[in-house]
Design a protein. Structure first.
Length: 70
């Protein structure tokens, strides 16, 4: 299992994937909002989304798990 982690603290503005989706390395999987800026978060490796941990509207901290890939 691989975790996609938050690179900064902020609010989850949009989750771009759902459980069962195939993702490629470099593909954006979520967008965080911090200080009115939108920051895309990309998967670091190929995989299939096994669990969406963070929901839209959740506040997350640096290194919090957002998406689990299998």
């Amino acid at each position: 299992m691989t975790m996609v982690k938050a690179s900064m603290a902020g609010t989850v503005w949009k989750v771009l994937v759902a459980e069962g989706d195939k993702v490629n390395a470099g593909q954006d999987v979520a967008i965080l909002e911090s200080m009115k800026m939108e920051i895309p978060i990309a998967a670091e490796e190929d995989g299939v989304v096994t669990k969406v941990i963070a929901n839209e509207g959740d506040f997350i901290n640096v290194d919090d798990d957002l998406i689990e890939l299998g």
